[in-house]
Design a protein around this ligand. Structure first.
Ligand code: ZN
Length: 403
C-alpha cells in the first residue's frame, strides 16, 4: 500500500477510535506545573527583549463564511470522500475551534488567543493561498484544495496589527499576476507564499521570469514549499517541489525561503540525469552554493513531525553554520495534530529528555503553537549538546539581507 494511502487509513482509524487524542482546546488560564513553566522560561530567557518572536509559516484557513472569499474544496468535506473528510476533520480539530458555525472568525480568534498566551510578543506571518491555475492562466477549481485570498490575510492583519503579518500568494500564471503583486507590495506585503505541488506552479518555468524580476525590484521574498507535500493532495505534481527548480528565481536575484527545508521525499537529481536524491540533500546542495549565500534560506516548519524524522532535523541541529540561514516556522495548525507530533520518538533520538517530554506534552495540551516554539528551543544535538541559536527565532523575512 503506498505510504499516503496507509497514512490516510491510519488517520481514519485514529479519528474513529481516538478522538480524545486530538488537540483542540482553547488556551485556558490554567497554571503550568513548575517543570513545564521552567521549560517555558528557559525557552524565552536568552531572547532579545526588544524584538518579538517570529513565526514565518502560519496558515489561514476559511470555509467562505460571511462572503470572506475563502474556500475549501467540497471534496474535502464530502461524505462521499470519507478519507478526505476524516483528514479534514483532523486538521479542523487541531485548530481548537469548537463547531463549524463561525469557523472562519473563530479560527483567527483562537489563533490570536494562543499567540497572546505567549509570555513575549509574537509576530505570525499569516499565509494567503492562491488557487491552482492552468498554463493558460485560467483558475483550476477542481485542483484547488483550499483558497485564501490576499485581501483576507491583509484584513486579518489590519484587525490584529500587533500579531499578524500578511503574506500574499499569487500564482504567476495568472493574467493579473504582476498587477496583484504590485498591489500587495504597495500595501506593505514583503513575502509571497507558494505551494507549487498543490498550486501547479513550476518554479523553473522561464515564462515566470518577468514576475521574478518584479518581485526582486519590489523587495518581495518568496516563501515556497519544496520537497514532497502530503498535507494537501497533489496529483502527480511532486516533481514541482524539486528544490533545484528554485535556481531560476535565485539566479534572477529573488530571496527564497524554502519551507520545511525540503525535508520530505525524493526527486530527480536534475544535475545528474537518471539519478534521484533526497529533496533535503538537493536543498543542502543549493545552500552550499556560494552564489546563494545571503539569498537562500530555510524555515523550520514541520521539521519535528514524525514523518520527516530523523535525518533533516538531526542535520540542522548539528550544523551551526546553517543557523544564520534558518527562520522559525510552525506550519500552524499542524502542531496541534497529535498524530504527527510524536515526542516519544524525539526522546528515543536523544533530542529531548524524558522529563522535557513530559513538560512539553503538558504545554501541547494547552497551547500547540507555544509547544512548537518551546520544543524547538529545547531540542539539542546529542553529540555537541548544541541548541539552535536564539536569534534564529527572532529573525524576520523583512530583516534578511537586501535583495
Ligand atoms: Zn505549510
Amino acid at each position: 500500500m503506498p505510504p499516503t494511502t496507509a497514512c490516510r487509513l491510519f488517520l481514519a482509524l485514529i479519528i474513529s477510535f481516538g478522538p480524545a487524542l486530538l488537540a483542540g482546546s482553547k488556551p485556558k488560564p490554567r497554571p503550568y506545573s513548575s517543570s513545564a513553566q521552567a521549560l517555558i522560561d528557559r525557552a524565552f530567557a536568552d531572547l532579545d527583549p526588544g524584538k518579538p518572536v517570529v513565526d514565518v509559516h502560519v496558515h489561514a484557513i476559511g470555509l467562505g463564511q460571511d462572503g470572506d472569499g475563502t474556500f475549501v474544496n467540497p471534496e474535502k468535506l464530502s461524505l462521499r470522500h470519507p478519507l478526505k473528510r476524516l483528514e479534514t476533520n483532523l486538521y479542523l480539530k487541531a485548530t481548537g475551534v469548537e463547531g463549524l458555525a463561525h469557523f472562519d472568525r473563530d479560527y483567527l480568534e483562537v489563533l490570536a488567543a494562543r499567540a497572546r498566551a505567549f509570555p513575549r510578543p509574537v509576530r505570525l506571518h499569516l499565509l494567503a493561498m492562491d488557487r491552482a491555475y492552468r498554463p493558460d492562466g485560467t483558475p483550476d477549481e477542481a485542483r484547488t484544495e483550499f483558497h485564501v485570498p490576499n485581501a483576507y490575510v491583509f484584513a486579518a492583519a489590519a484587525r490584529h496589527p500587533d500579531l499578524f503579518v500578511p503574506v500574499m500568494s499569487i500564482h504567476p500564471a495568472r493574467k493579473d499576476a504582476i498587477q496583484e503583486l504590485e498591489a500587495c507590495a504597495a500595501k506593505g506585503g514583503r513575502l509571497l507564499k507558494w505551494l507549487p505541488n498543490a498550486q501547479a506552479i513550476d518554479p523553473a518555468d522561464p515564462r515566470f521570469d518577468p514576475f521574478y524580476c518584479r518581485m526582486k525590484d519590489l523587495g518581495v521574498a518568496l516563501l515556497t514549499h519544496a520537497g514532497e507535500e502530503r498535507a494537501v493532495a497533489v496529483k502527480d505534481a511532486q516533481a514541482l517541489g524539486n528544490p533545484l527548480k528554485l535556481r531560476r528565481p535565485l539566479d534572477l536575484g529573488v530571496t527564497v525561503i524554502v519551507a520545511h527545508c525540503a525535508s520530505l521525499g525524493r526527486n530527480a537529481d536534475l544535475d545528474h540525469p537518471g539519478k534521484a536524491a533526497r529533496n533535503f540533500d538537493l536543498f543542502l546542495r543549493l545552500m552550499e552554493d556560494p552564489k546563494y549565500r545571503g539569498r537562500l534560506f530555510g524555515d523550520l516548519s514541520a521539521i519535528t513531525q514524525i514523518n520527516r524524522l530523523p535525518a533533516p532535523l538531526q542535520t540542522l541541529l548539528a550544523r551551526p553554520d546553517l543557523d544564520g540561514r534558518l527562520l522559525n516556522g510552525s506550519d500552524y495548525p499542524l502542531p496541534g495534530v497529535d498524530l504527527i507530533i510524536w515526542t516519544r520518538r524525539l526522546v528515543a533520538l536523544r533530542l529531548i529528555t524524558a522529563a522535557e517530554r513530559k513538560a512539553l506534552n503538558e504545554i501541547w495540551k494547552q497551547n500547540p503553537p507555544l509547544f512548537d516554539f518551546v520544543l524547538k528551543r529545547t531540542l539539542k544535538d546529542p553529540k555537541s549538546e548544541r541548541r539552535w541559536s536564539a536569534d534564529l527565532f527572532q529573525r524576520s523575512p523583512e530583516s534578511l539581507p537586501a535583495q
